[in-house]
Design a protein around this ligand. Structure first.
Ligand SMILES: Cc1cc2nc3c(=O)[nH]c(=O)nc-3n(C[C@H](O)[C@H](O)[C@H](O)COP(=O)(O)OP(=O)(O)OC[C@H]3O[C@@H](n4cnc5c(N)ncnc54)[C@H](O)[C@@H]3O)c2cc1C
Length: 291
C-alpha cells in the first residue's frame, strides 16, 4: 500500500520545526527514523497532511554525560545507543536493551525519541526509560518541560506529548558504582517485538540485595515497574530461594491480556522465567558496572 498524499517539510532548526507544528497542529506529524510511522502511513492508520522531518536537526542528536545523568538526543539511532562506549559505561542496561531492537537495518534508522513517542508497550526503550526513572525532555510553544518516563507513557501508543510538542532528549540516571544489570527478552523469532521482557538492576552487599529495580515489558498497556515489590526484597539473601520468591511475586503482580495465541497464563510463566533468569545473571560475580 501507499500513503495518502502529504506535504513534506525539512526544517533546519528546532524553532522552525516547532513553528511548523504550531501552524499545522493535528494535521502534522514529525518523522524521525520512520520505522513505525512509515508503515502506519502505508497502511493508512496515520494520514498526516504535513510530514515534518527531524533528520536535519543536529541539536537532537548525540550522547552527553553530565554528572549523574546521561542525556541522549531524541534523534539518536538505536544502533548508536547500542554501540556507544559512553552509554555502555554509564548505562549498560540501556546499551544491552538497544542491541536487541529489531534487526541491524531497523536499529540504524529507528530513534530513541521515536520509540518513546510511538509508545509500543512491548518496545525496549520505553521499558528501560521507565525502569531506570529516565526523564523525557519535551519542547513546545510554551518552552520546555521534563516528564518522568512512567508518567509520559500512558497506554498503548498514548503519551503525554501534545500535538505541537517534540521530544528533544531523554535523561537517564547513570548507574551507581557496583550496580548490576540484566535484560531478558522473549520473542517468537529473533528481532520480533517482545512477548515479554524483564529489565533489572541490583546492588548486592554481603550476599544480600541492597537495591533492586524490576521493569516488565509486553505485559500491560505500558511498561510495568515493580518498585513496591522490589523494595520488599531489599535485605533478602541473594540465593535461589529469593530468586524463586521474586520471580513468583513478579508473575503474580501482572494481569496480562488473555489472547487466543498468547494466553495470560503463558505470559505469567514467561515473566516468572525471565525474572528468574535476570536475577541469576545479576548474581554472577562479573556483572557489575565499572566505576
Ligand atoms: C520490522 C520492524 C521490527 C521492529 N522491531 C522492534 C523491536 O523489536 N523493538 C522495538 O522497540 N522496536 C521495534 N521496531 C520499531 C523501531 O524501534 C522504531 O524505531 C520505533 O518504534 C520508532 O522510532 P522511529 O525513529 O522510527 O520513529 P518514527 O517511525 O519516525 O515515528 C514514530 C512516532 O513517533 C513520533 N516521533 C518521532 N520522533 C519524535 C520526537 N523526537 N518527538 C515527538 N514525536 C516523535 C512520530 O511522529 C510518530 O508518531 C521495529 C520496526 C520494524 C519496522
Amino acid at each position: 500500500m501507499k500513503p495518502a498524499a502529504f506535504s513534506y517539510h525539512r526544517p533546519r532548526t528546532l524553532e522552525d520545526a516547532l513553528a511548523l507544528l504550531a501552524l499545522h497542529g493535528f494535521d502534522a506529524k514529525v518523522v524521525a527514523g520512520g520505522q513505525s510511522l512509515a508503515p502506519m502511513m502505508n497502511m493508512r492508520f496515520a494520514q498526516p497532511a504535513h510530514l515534518i522531518d527531524l533528520n536535519a536537526l543536529p541539536e537532537l542528536n548525540g550522547v552527553t554525560l553530565a554528572g549523574e545523568w546521561l542525556a541522549i538526543g531524541a534523534m539518536t539511532r538505536h544502533h548508536e545507543v547500542a554501540v556507544s562506549g559512553t552509554v555502555r559505561a554509564a548505562c549498560p542496561l540501556l546499551a544491552d536493551a538497544a542491541a536487541t531492537i529489531g534487526h541491524y537495518a531497523i536499529r540504524q534508522r529507528g530513534t530513541l525519541g521515536g520509540s518513546l513517542a510511538h509508545a509500543d508497550p512491548a518496545a525496549q526503550m520505553p521499558l528501560i526509560a521507565s525502569t531506570l526513572g529516565a526523564g523525557i525532555e519535551i519542547v513546545g510553544p510554551a518552552g520546555s518541560r521534563e516528564v518522568p518516563a512512567s508518567e509520559f507513557l500512558i497506554a498503548v501508543m498514548t503519551t503525554d506529548l501534545a500535538a505541537e510538542e517534540i521530544i528533544r532528549a531523554v535523561r537517564f540516571p547513570v548507574a551507581r558504582p557496583g550496580e548490576r544489570h540484566a535484560f531478558e527478552i522473549f520473542s517468537r523469532r529473533h528481532g520480533d517485538f517482545a512477548i515479554a521482557a524483564c529489565a533489572l538492576t541490583a546492588t548486592l552487599e554481603d550476599h544480600k540485595f541492597s537495591g533492586l529495580r524490576i521493569g516488565l515489558g509486553g505485559v500491560a498497556d505500558a511498561p510495568l515497574v515493580l518498585d513496591g515489590l522490589a523494595a520488599g526484597f531489599v535485605g533478602a539473601p541473594a540465593d535461589a530461594a529469593t530468586v524463586a520468591a521474586i520471580a513468583d511475586a513478579a508473575a503474580g503482580a501482572i494481569d496480562p491480556y488473555d489472547q487466543p495465541d498468547i494466553s495470560a497464563a503463558y505470559r505469567r510463566d514467561l515473566v516468572k522465567a525471565l525474572t528468574a533468569r535476570a536475577l541469576r545473571r545479576v548474581m554472577q560475580p562479573a556483572n557489575t558496572t565499572p566505576h
